[in-house]
Design a protein around this ligand. Structure first.
Ligand code: GCW
Length: 828
């Protein structure tokens, strides 16, 4: 009591993040007072599952924010009410109400009008789902302290398809999931309790997401087994009240693997029959089943090429079986050869999707959507728009965005992706010489397609806060908001999200927005700049730095860095010809080196390191400088966040602080690895004298060691000087250093490696005084010292005198040998 009365209301409540942006936190009394005039009754015009959900949500939200329990009613109003129902129901009881034009599909309309002689607030749509979306919008307005009395707001989603894809495996693991185990599956079955699934559906619905495939596109052959379908039906039941349709990923070879046919040839009539029967069975159990996503001929999955058939043949055989039931096929254009010959400079993975799918334009059935990753490679921190969007004018398309941050820091780094998605969606492909921005193409507008839209790979897990990082939820929220309305600005989206997630305190909203809006460019700056792609270790975790891993293998993510220069020549004139896949107007930009924007220059051109960019700086100096600036930016994030100490609840404050502090340490690992690597390969020094020179740094291998022995880190650039020290033969090792600087206050950074196969302990002493100790207990994706596991401990305010002995003691555990990279002693 005492402690609570001493702290501000916002900071008293500990919050886990479980409620995400649907907290319905109590409004300040003065603000709540503004809503006193709301009708006390929530009246629903029908009791369908979705309308029941809508009414319950309305009452829940109002109770949370206003502290009052609104009366539930149905039928015809006998007093003022907040009326929720479809326009059809509304017409019966309010014939005088002029229904606004444009109310179609999932749209909603919030308005005020008399019903049965009583002034009412009306939340309506054509479908129940529209009404539910209207309720969420209404509640969001109150949570953001906006007016709800003079409403006449029509909101129409930009595109009919707004789906989530989860990559959950039936054993409960998640491919590229960074927030715990699956909410859907465990041990080969659907979980007994689906509470989290309903809660997830609520989150999805609140931002207008209307479908979700639940299993990995690297699919399990049992997903449509007869005994699995009833289990899927349970998930569909949990989704249904929220208007979310269930979908699954299927493998093209299912007729053979699950159906025991001797073929899966899409043109074989037995195969077609198998799919028909299978989906009849699915729809008997799940009448509103949404459809399937298919990954074929990609990364080792079987596909139509096995029989010399095309993706259209493959998509259509499944589409034919789904069509009578109204289901959709999402056929992924992520089809490429991952055994490309890297020695052939004409080979280019970026060309694959267009080369394969463009010739098939017009040959896909009407209920097929070709699902296209935003760029031609694979969810990198920066890529140009996939030219395939402009190359399918007689085919439905959907854009695949990645909310799970596979290549953008895996939710251990804050990287708000909405600004990147907006650049992609706004990009005008100028197909047929007309204005055809990606957002208009996928909405079906540019080419008059019946359907299309947005697919986000999400991968929420059982972690309390869904994505493992409170700030990462802005990406899920932002995906839904953009799919609904791609014209919203990133700033408007993050403002909305911050208010709903952390409250309306202007300092909080402003600070969080600032961090989020700067985070993608910061991440890009300390990873892969100038269109180099992320430069992570693509052969392993896709997390830490690994520039060398791009090259000399069949995966085709080459950056063609040599002593002469860097970048991939993708021009028509001298390169791979990828640029030729764009319309003539876009070609003009990318074919010419001077026309290509700096941030994509190395994606399209191979240039000397000394090539001068539009910025006036050379390529190599830009690489060096941006890595310093990006890492520096993450330090600012930490101090900006610290300013919110008394304005955000303690639990989330400390969790985000730990996350941002970790990120700022890891950004330095990135900075040094990429800069050292380019320094070595280019042989050109940093004009600002920083790369390879660290005046405050003492390498562990140069300290006085007892027990510790030097260890060569692979790749070399992932450790300072290429080496760490490890403690292998004993229970405890020490590394000592005699301080020779001036007497004063210092900060100490200890760079160590935290793998996931042990929990080493570290202690730091000055003389005989223990000044810090910690456990290396993070779960980073590494079993050895490298750029994935390299971690920084920041110790502030140490009093040091010349001659002081600084001693680090490492206590190994299991396979983790208390590894150390270096220490840095900085004047405070
Ligand atoms: O980038 C790759 C990922 C794979 C993923 C694949 C895809 C599900 O590393 O994990 O597989 O993309 O999108 O199919």
């Amino acid at each position: 009591m005492l402690t609570c009365s001493l702290c501000a209301a916002a900071t008293c409540l500990a919050e886990t993040g479980h409620d995400a942006w649907l907290r319905y936190a109590p409004l300040q009394p003065a603000v709540a007072e503004r809503y006193r005039a709301l009708p006390a009754t929530s009246l629903s015009l029908s009791d369908t599952p979705v309308l029941n959900t809508a009414q319950a949500e309305l009452v829940r939200g109002l109770k949370g924010m206003l502290g009052r329990t609104f009366r539930i009613a149905s039928g015809v109003p006998t007093e003022s009410a907040i009326v929720i129902g479809t326009v059809e129901q509304l017409r019966k009881i309010a014939p005088a109400l002029q229904i606004i034009e444009g109310l179609r599909g999932d749209a909603f309309w919030l308005t005020a009008h008399e019903v049965s002689g009583f002034p009412c607030i009306i939340i309506t749509g054509v479908t129940d789902r529209g009404v539910l979306y209207g309720v969420f919008a209404f509640l969001s307005r109150i949570a953001r302290e906006e007016d709800v009395f003079r409403l006449n707001e029509l909101q129409q989603p930009s595109a009919p398809i707004r789906w989530a894809n989860q990559w959950d495996n039936l054993d409960g693991t998640i491919e590229r999931g960074y927030a715990g185990r699956s909410i859907f599956f465990e041990d080969g079955s659907v979980r007994p309790s689906l509470t989290r699934v309903s809660e997830y559906a609520r989150l999805l619905a609140s931002v207008g997401i209307n479908g979700c495939t639940v299993n990995n596109v690297n699919d399990d052959p049992h997903i449509l087994d007869p005994d699995f379908i009833p289990q899927l039906a349970r998930i569909a039941e949990a989704f249904r009240p929220w208007g979310v349709q269930l979908g699954v990923a299927v493998d093209l070879s299912l007729p053979e693997t699950a159906g025991r046919l001797d073929t899966f040839d899409p043109l074989d009539v037995r195969v077609a029959n198998w799919w028909h029967k299978k989906f009849d069975e699915v729809y008997r159990a799940i009448p509103d089943f949404g459809g399937v996503v298919v990954k074929a001929d990609s990364e080792g999955r079987l596909g139509p090429s096995f029989y010399g058939r095309t993706p259209a043949d493959a998509a259509n055989v499944i589409a034919g079986a789904l069509k009578p039931h109204g289901g959709l096929v999402f056929y992924r254009a992520f089809v490429y050869d991952h055994h490309l010959d890297w020695t052939n400079l004409k080979n280019d993975r970026a060309k694959a999707a267009y080369d394969i799918f463009h010739p098939l334009d017009g040959r896909f059935d009407e209920n097929v959507i070709v699902q296209i990753k935003y760029g031609p490679i694979d969810f990198q921190v920066r890529e140009p728009v996939s030219p395939l969007f402009g190359g399918l004018s007689h085919t439905n398309t959907g854009i695949e965005l990645q909310i799970t941050q596979e290549y953008t820091g895996q939710q251990r780094h804050t990287c708000f992706l909405v600004p990147m998605w907006k650049e992609i969606l706004d990009f005008d492909l100028r197909a047929y010489g007309r204005s055809t921005p990606v957002k208009q193409i996928v909405a079906g507008n540019s080419f008059h397609r019946p359907t299309g839209g947005y697919i986000g790979v999400v991968n929420v897990g059982l972690d309390q806060n869904w994505l493992g990082n409170h700030l990462a939820l802005a990406n899920l929220f932002g995906f839904g908001r953009l799919a609904w309305n791609p014209n919203l600005t990133a700033k408007a989206i993050v403002d909305e999200w911050s208010r709903l997630t952390f409250g309306n305190d202007p300092a909080v909203v402003e600070t969080i927005s600032r961090i989020q809006l700067a985070s993608w460019k910061a991440y890009e700056s300390y990873t892969g700049v100038l269109g180099l792609q992320t430069l992570t270790n693509i052969l392993g975790s896709h997390y830490g730095p690994g520039p060398e891993s791009q090259e000399h293998n069949g995966w085709g993510q080459w950056i063609r860095a040599g002593t002469d220069g860097v970048g991939v020549d993708r021009t028509v004139a001298t390169g791979t010809g990828f640029v030729g896949q764009y319309s003539p107007e876009v070609r003009k930009i990318y074919e010419s080196l001077p026309n290509t924007p700096d941030d994509l220059v190395l994606f399209f051109h191979h240039v000397p390191y000394t090539y001068k960019l539009h910025s006036g700086k050379t390529v190599i100096q830009t690489i060096y400088d941006s890595h310093y600036a990006g890492a520096e930016k993450t330090t600012e994030f930490v101090s900006q966040w610290k300013s919110l100490h008394h304005s955000v609840d303690g639990e989330r404050f400390h969790a985000v602080l730990a996350q941002l502090s970790y990120q700022s340490g890891h950004a330095i690992v990135w900075r040094d690895a990429i800069n050292d690597w380019f320094h070595q390969i280019s042989g050109i020094p940093d004009a600002n004298g920083r790369v390879g020179k660290h005046p405050h740094r003492i390498e562990a291998e140069s300290m006085e060691l007892e027990g510790y022995i030097p260890f060569d880190v692979t790749p070399w650039e992932d450790a300072s000087g290429g080496k760490a020290v490890v403690c292998v033969q004993t229970q405890r090792c020490t590394a000592k250093y005699r301080f020779a600087g001036r007497k004063g206050w210092y900060d100490l950074d200890v760079e160590y490696f935290d793998h996931n196969n042990g929990v080493s302990k570290y202690q730091v002493f000055v003389g005989s005084q223990l000044v810090d100790e910690w456990l290396a207990d993070l779960s980073l994706p590494a079993t050895a010292p490298n750029g994935d596991s390299s971690t920084r401990r920041h110790i502030t305010g140490l009093a040091l005198r010349p001659g002081d002995i600084l001693r680090i003691e490492g206590f190994p555990d299991a396979a983790e040998a208390a590894p150390l990279d270096y220490v840095e002693i900085h004047p405070e």
